[in-house]
Design a protein around this ligand. Structure first.
Ligand code: V47
Length: 418
């Protein structure tokens, strides 16, 4: 008699995970259908511990959102403000004289920062010990491409060691459209790299699915454009991250398809390109103040499950990050035992989302002591990393990269393409 396993039985998947075999689409769907959060966590942790042992990574960074003006109207987004074509902010910014905004206090509802303001903010980050600035903004209709090049150069002038992780794939494509004559994606990336850009963040991926795209972010560059940018970045040696925005109108099957598409591109990058995805960040949808505010957003169990399943499906991306700004500090801590090995960083100011009390002050910061406490309480070892997951060692006010670790933690060495 043939024994048919129940649709939620995870024993076959467990056997694959234990042998290090790749999971397929059906396995992913079955994991999402299973109520067994403990078994899912156990399996994700097998992979997590195999890759990273007891280490849990964090970094000292600062996020800078240079403008909330945006030509798009994505339904999930509460950050964007439409740009009115009156006199303006862009002209001031071009003159290097953007609105006078106190960098850590309440910002006006709509804003853009001048190059000098971004550079001052980056210098403050470097002076405070940061190794990275993470810079993204809305698609501003007026700022010229030179603004972004000048921004990178100005940061490198005032803080030469700071790694600039900046501009989502959507912004990169916007830059190709605002240049005259139009530059290609490769040309935009090369010019930014030569101006000091170190890597691309993972934002703007949302869900790689036409139905979800057309319903929730119709006018935004879709899957093909997003991959075009990241594949090109990898070709020219610029590493990047990848995200998935979950918990809105997508289905579990669409999350799995999203992960498999990323996995396929990563196989190619690891095999053929100079760089690859460093890390995957599932972003928990925060509905407040968006056009999708009527939706409940993901529950804690859904957050945990999604992070753990990401670890299981993405066998060729070295790191899975819980972004505490979105999943909360408390859930990110628990997620360190559900497949996650990284909880991002000190952040300081984050304008795109806020879990509680959406409007007003967006100062959102964790101190190093708080990050250490979260990690240590789980029994794991806090490891400060730089953007490329190299170990950072500190002495007094100074820091250095521990070279020996570099080879072990880069995705190319930890992870083989399949
Ligand atoms: O591109 C927008 C998403 C992204 C909402 O690369 C929302 O290391 C939840 O990409 N609820 C920006 N998410 C954040 C991002 C990121 C964050 C941390 C680390 C890294 C990295 C990348 O946030 C956007 C969009 O996909 N987003 N609105 C919202 N209401």
């Amino acid at each position: 008699m043939k024994i048919v396993s129940s649709p939620t039985d995870l024993s076959e998947i467990a056997a694959k995970v234990e042998c290090g075999d790749r999971l397929n689409y059906d396995d992913g769907v079955r994991l999402f259908a299973s109520p067994d959060i403990h078994e899912i966590g156990r399996l994700a942790n097998i992979v997590r511990d195999r890759l990273h042992g007891n280490a849990a990574y964090y970094n000292i960074n600062r996020h800078i959102n240079y403008t909330n003006f945006c030509v798009l109207r994505c339904k999930f987004c509460s950050f964007y403000r439409p740009y009115s074509a009156k006199a303006g902010p862009a002209d001031q910014a071009k003159a290097g004289n953007g609105r006078s905004i106190s960098l850590l206090s309440d910002q006006p509802d709509e804003y853009e920062l001048s190059v000098d303001q971004v550079a001052a903010n980056a210098k403050a980050a470097a002076d405070g010990g940061a190794t990275e600035v993470h810079i993204v903004g809305g698609l501003h209709p007026k700022l010229p491409f030179d603004y972004y090049l000048d921004m990178c150069r100005a940061i490198k002038t005032v803080a030469p060691r700071l790694h600039i992780k900046a501009f989502t794939a959507i912004e990169i494509i916007h830059f190709t459209r605002i240049t005259k004559p139009r530059l290609s994606i490769r040309e935009v990336l090369e010019q930014l790299r030569d101006a000091g850009l170190g890597s691309l963040p993972g934002g703007g991926a949302e869900i790689f699915d036409d139905r979800v795209h057309d319903e929730a972010y119709k006018n935004k560059v879709g899957e093909a454009g997003w991959f075009d940018v990241h594949d090109t970045a990898h070709e020219i040696g610029v590493p990047s991250n990848a995200t998935m925005l979950y918990g809105h109108i997508e289905r579990p099957e669409e999350r799995i398809t999203h992960m498999i598409k990323l996995r396929e591109h990563q196989d190619v990058s690891l095999r053929e390109h100079k760089a690859a995805f460093n890390c995957f960040i599932p972003l928990s949808f925060i509905p407040d103040d968006s056009e999708l505010a009527h939706l409940p957003g993901p529950t804690g169990l859904d957050d945990l499950k999604t992070l753990a399943i990401s670890r299981l499906m993405l066998d060729n991306i070295a790191h899975i990050k819980a972004f505490w700004i979105m999943q909360s500090a408390k859930l990110s801590q628990i997620a360190l035992d559900w497949g996650v090995d990284d909880i991002d960083g000190t952040v300081v100011q984050y304008d795109i989302t806020k879990r509680e009390g959406g409007a007003g002050n967006r100062h959102q910061e964790m101190t190093i002591d708080q990050l250490h406490r979260l990690i240590r309480e789980t029994g794991r070892e806090p490891i400060e990393r730089d953007t490329l997951y190299r170990r950072v060692e500190r002495q007094g006010g100074d820091w250095k990269i521990v070279a020996d670790d570099c080879e072990n933690v880069s995705p190319k060495n930890r992870i083989q393409s399949v």
